[in-house]
Design a protein. Structure first.
Length: 315
């Protein structure tokens, strides 16, 4: 089987490795163009490009395939049996979807039709889902709207973060694409149409999403903290300083906290401190002052005295 692989972030690297591991001839890797990142705006290559170069595979980086007829023709000349797509970052036009005899197969990190879009993993944690998974899909011209081919599902751990779930689903996706490709070649797949009434969209993550609204309930805030870990992270302001919050525990409302305002510190111990929310308390266990390393709350309290009555506000 001859394939063209399309992907960009580290989630897609495990999919690429799995495709190569099963003996598929990957004739080309297509990824997003190099872009400036970070404070210094240094140009960085994608994780998939880095892996493809390690493997000695040809790499192509079209800015927009839809607007690049020459690249479409190049894909046609490659004559792949299948195109495997994982978090590529561009919608493929019909003229590309029609090139491979087995079509374009996408590895999507959700149980479609739930969480179509760019950030399904993090939203699974933020929304408090009990399960998450991966779907392989026969791509069409829509955004994650194609027929479902196979699914694999796992349970979320109570302390699941966006990062830990990302790693687990990457492994699951690697296993699933191997199964799907074997069945595709053998003609054993049974595509299933998505139920549009059950479709939901996983909106793109932004840094602003992490600015904690303390009027929300403690459970929702705690899930936000875990879902946005490691990026873009949850944060708040205390005494005019922005502080990232990495780990917290939900507690019931105490008798003494009833008259406190949302965001107000209601109690402080040597190892942690509790903040009032719109419903319940949030015990802060791990945080990071601006310009400093992540630290446990006890270490933070030794250098940054926090007292009852101090208040966290939106940054």
């Amino acid at each position: 089987m001859r394939a063209v692989f399309m992907g960009t972030p580290d989630f897609a690297v495990s999919i690429l490795d799995a495709v190569i591991e099963m003996g598929v001839d990957v004739t080309a890797v297509v990824t997003q163009p190099d872009r400036p990142k970070g404070r210094g705006k240094a140009v960085q290559i994608s994780d998939v490009k880095a892996r493809a170069l390690e493997l000695g595979l040809p790499v192509y980086q079209p800015v927009r395939i839809k607007k690049d007829p020459e690249f479409v023709e190049l894909l046609r000349e490659m004559s792949p049996d299948v195109m495997v797509v994982a978090a590529f970052g561009q919608i493929l036009p019909k003229e590309v979807l029609d090139i491979p005899r087995l079509g374009c197969i996408n590895v999507h990190a959700s149980l479609l039709p739930k969480y179509r879009g760019s950030a399904p993993i993090q939203w699974s944690v933020i929304n408090g889902d009990r399960t998450a998974g991966v779907t392989t899909m026969q791509m069409d011209v829509g955004m994650d709207t194609g027929d479902m081919l196979e699914k694999a599902e796992i349970e979320l751990a109570p302390d699941e973060t966006g990062g830990s779930l990302f790693d687990r689903l990457a492994v699951l996706g690697a296993e699933l694409i191997q199964s799907t490709l074997r069945k595709a070649e053998a003609g054993e797949l049974h595509p299933e149409k998505q139920n549009e009434e059950e479709a939901t969209h996983a909106a793109m993550l932004t840094k602003e999403m992490g600015d904690i609204d303390w009027s929300k309930d403690a459970e929702s805030i705690e899930r936000l903290i875990r879902g946005l870990n490691p990026w873009p992270s949850a944060f708040s302001a205390l005494d005019g300083k922005v502080i990232k919050i990495w780990k917290a525990q939900v507690l019931p409302e105490s008798a003494s906290s009833g008259k406190k305002e949302a965001g107000e510190v209601v109690s402080v111990s040597k190892t942690a401190f509790d903040v009032k929310t719109g419903k319940g308390l949030l015990r802060i266990l791990e945080l990071q002052p601006s310009g400093k390393k992540r630290m446990a709350a006890d270490a933070f309290l030794r250098g940054y005295p926090v007292k009852e009555g101090d208040r966290f506000v939106k940054a």
